[in-house]
Design a protein around this ligand. Structure first.
Ligand code: C5P
Length: 403
């Protein structure tokens, strides 16, 4: 299956203290499957070395117009061809002024002027430079010219002052770039997603849970947002930051997750159940901590939890339903049996022992048309491929319903 997430960007660094964040940004972009070609201005090299960016991007860094590695000596043209965007982070006040006026006196500014692809900039500067009328004019002009301006944020500044002008954090820029580049497969669609583990209390301090980290569910939510969907999440207890743009309800137990899904399901076009929901809960959790006694056995009575996905799929006007099956053996047989039993259009099967808690995943997609294998990749990449597949199936289903 072609990887719709394979994008190529030029990451341009200009000379500001926020250049240190570009190292993390490079890592985030490449981990998300984006190929990064770093270009640095001379003053950026005063803040961070090209060697650091080369190691993180896996490509030699360009700093000079006359780089002999480009055979026709046209680095300012060659480097940006075939790229999906140029991202300048940090973009200093000086570089922004140059961009506004179309100046081209070094490799990065010349690349920006000669580009055929979109330009995104993440400004970073002292608050007075940001508030200065000249910068205000320049930013307004760049936005008018179609340049995408990411941030800046307000907060502590390297100069000791506090105010507007801080560059966004690397993760925020990476998410914005991914969202900008993603095909809008699910534009305007409402997607409801469960994610993470559940926690079923035994007493006031103990409970039954599992090793799900929530990484896959959160990656699916981000990929859906990138694809233009309006995402509502119901998340079990995880230590992950919320995907930017998602409406999120945090819960502990399967019953709470069920309630939150019931509240939101009527509006959903697509339901993706990624959560690792506990099959059983303790019948009557104790209000206080259970004390150790001399008894040789302590018995807990467990009762079944509601099957959230099964309930949603059985509704009269059910959304398009996608389930996840984590199996430790007979992956395809068990997952397909689950797909038929729960009556969902798509089941995503993965190996429980390899997928749960990991950063990478290798999955099999089972639907009426058969089985597709997605290669092992970071969960962000797998999530984008999955969303592309869901969008294709969802479109086909809708066409069938209409016909
Ligand atoms: O636990 P099981 O293997 O049946 O999970 C398969 C799918 O069903 C997953 O998508 C999971 O999120 C969903 N599920 C659910 N409610 C449950 C159990 C599982 O929504 N109580």
């Amino acid at each position: 299956m072609a990887d719709p997430s394979h994008k190529k960007v030029i990451l341009g660094l200009t000379g500001g203290i926020a250049a240190y964040k570009a190292a993390e940004l490079t890592r985030q972009l490449t981990q998300g499957g984006i190929e990064v070609q770093v270009v640095m201005t001379e003053s950026a090299c005063g803040f961070i070395t090209p060697a650091t960016l080369q190691a993180l991007s896996g490509k030699p860094v360009f700093t000079d117009m006359w780089d002999a590695r480009v055979s026709d000596n046209m680095a300012h043209i060659e480097l940006s061809r075939g790229k999906d965007a140029i991202v300048v982070a940090p973009a200093t006040a000086d570089f922004i002024a140059k961009l506004t006026h179309g100046l081209a006196d070094d490799l990065l500014s010349t690349l920006c002027l000669a580009r055929e692809c979109p330009l995104l900039i993440a400004p970073a500067m002292n608050r007075q430079m940001w508030d200065n009328a000249a910068t205000r004019r320049n930013i307004a002009q760049l936005e008018h010219d179609g340049v995408v301006v990411l941030g800046p944020a307000s907060g502590d500044q390297a100069c000791g002052e506090v105010g507007m002008g801080r560059m966004l954090e690397a993760v925020e820029i990476a998410e914005a770039v991914s969202a900008f580049l993603a095909p809008k497969f699910l534009s305007g669609k409402r997607v409801l997603i469960t994610a993470g583990p559940t926690f079923e209390p035994i007493d006031a301090v103990r409970g039954i849970t599992n090793r799900s980290s929530g990484k896959m569910g959160y990656a699916v939510a981000r990929a859906a947002i990138e694809a233009g969907a309006k995402v509502t999440m119901v998340s079990g207890p995880v230590s992950l930051s919320s995907p930017v743009g998602a409406e999120i309800t945090r819960v502990d137990t399967a019953s709470q997750m069920f309630e939150a899904v019931r509240r939101n399901v009527a509006r959903a076009d697509i339901f993706i159940a990624v959560a690792a929901v506990a099959d059983y809960r303790v019948d009557k959790p104790r209000e206080h901590k259970i004390k150790k006694t001399d008894e040789r056995q302590l018995q807990l009575k467990l009762v079944p939890n509601p099957d959230i996905l099964g309930w949603v799929a059985a509704r009269p006007r059910a959304p398009f339903c996608v389930g996840f099956a984590a199996e430790s053996r007979n992956l395809d047989v068990y997952a397909d049996e689950k797909r038929r039993r729960k009556k969902v259009q798509l089941m995503v099967a993965n190996r429980a022992q390899e997928a749960i808690g990991a950063d990478d995943n290798e999955v099999m997609l089972l639907d009426d048309a058969g089985t597709h294998r997605l290669e092992r990749a970071p969960k962000e990449v797998v999530a984008r491929q999955l969303i592309a597949h869901i969008a294709k199936l969802y479109g086909a289903t809708r066409r069938k319903v209409k016909a």
